[in-house]
Design a protein around this ligand. Structure first.
Ligand code: AMP
Ligand code: MG
Length: 333
């Protein structure tokens, strides 16, 4: 299959909407990462997603909608969910709610719940709206690869396996959505993501966030966790972290013949002498935003070991650390 690479202008968005309407799959940008979309009401189309990604059928897809009213066509929305929808959508928040009959079971991997979000990205919204159907979409990477934050990443993974990539530039957030299960009491954070949990709690009160780190670890047992080509290890955040990272880097290079690179925030780059570093930005949110992109860059530069600085757990820090946990297979130095 030839993979078309299209700039996201009006004509090409309409062309891709037509692909979706006729049961084909389309890679498209959102504010989090690139998605690989299909009509959420068409089981044959959804199946193409699983095939192209090599995604296990047990891993459900998130349904993307173009407006808030469309959420009610696929999910049963209670008052608490409605408050979150009003306050935080469009945005990088996914709600898991009871599903409606129209949603085929392949999309929800047989669950009686459905995950829904409204992306805050003009191209994604225009595409879904033009398609006229809700669009189920996981990240547009090969399963077990880091999520794609640029159209080129999608091409690198899925060239020849999908008909079209809609190029809308770099994804502004670069990390996936926060997923919260609304069918539990209190609601439970299933995946830390780009929406800070405190923003959710400000709307509906306390939520259960205790399982976030544990779930990151337990997901390692599933075949769906990320496997970068380079090995990744990360540090917990503490005072002695810099020396420990530097020592580890030297040991791996000298005694194990590795080509390590240190991922660090800009302000810490000077702490590692002449060891190779990649600067991840000035803040935790810039670090989070560039993580997946920099992993792919490090692999291209033939580093075979990424040593990532840890960050404090507040706010997006928890999201970033849970991703590092998955990427590293739990390998903390
Ligand atoms: P992604 O791989 O980024 O598309 O995210 C999909 C994730 O959303 C899955 O791995 C689940 O953790 C979660 N999810 C999607 N649908 C459901 C559902 N019906 N019930 C529970 N979790 C879901
Ligand atoms: Mg994914």
């Amino acid at each position: 299959m030839k993979t078309e690479f299209l700039q996201a202008d009006d004509a090409n968005i309409e062309k891709c909407a037509e692909y979706l309407r006729r049961g084909d799959i389309v890679a498209f940008p959102t504010e989090t990462v690139y998605g690989l979309g299909a009509s959420a009401l068409d089981p044959k189309a959804a199946e193409k997603i699983f095939r192209a990604k090599g995604r296990p059928a047990t891993n459900p897809l998130i349904i993307h909608v173009a407006d808030k009213a469309q959420i009610e066509t696929v999910a049963v929305v209670d008052d608490r969910s409605r408050k979150l929808i009003d306050a935080l959508m469009p945005g990088p928040l996914t709600l898991v709610m009871p599903k409606k009959e129209v949603v085929p079971s392949i999309v929800t991997a047989g669950f009686d719940t459905v995950a829904v979000r409204m992306p805050d990205h003009p191209v994604a919204l225009a595409l879904i709206s033009a398609a006229g159907v809700p669009v189920c979409a996981p990240s547009a990477n090969t399963s077990s690869r880091p999520s794609p934050t640029m159209a080129q990443h999608v091409y690198d993974d899925l060239c020849g396996k999908i008909p079209v990539i809609l190029d809308g530039g770099r994804c502004p957030l670069g990390l996936e959505s926060t997923i919260i299960s609304m069918t539990e009491n209190p609601p439970r954070v299933m995946r830390a993501g780009s929406v800070d949990v405190s923003a959710i709690e400000a709307v509906i009160g306390p939520v259960n966030k205790e399982s976030v780190m544990i779930d990151s670890l337990s997901s390692l047992k599933k075949p769906t966790h990320f496997v970068p080509k380079a090995d990744l290890v990360f540090s917990a955040y503490y005072d002695g972290m810099f020396d420990e990272i530097a020592d580890y880097c030297d040991r791996m290079a000298r005694s194990h013949g590795r080509r390590p690179v240190i991922f660090c925030t800009d302000g810490n780059a000077g702490r590692y002498g002449d060891r190779p570093v990649m600067k991840m930005g000035a803040t935790v949110s810039e670090y989070a935003q560039s993580l997946f992109e920099k992993i792919r860059e490090a692999e291209k530069e033939n580093y075979d070991l990424i040593i990532a600085e840890g960050v404090p757990l507040g706010g997006l820090g928890m999201t970033l650390m849970s991703r590092l946990m998955k990427l590293s297979n739990g390998n903390v130095i």
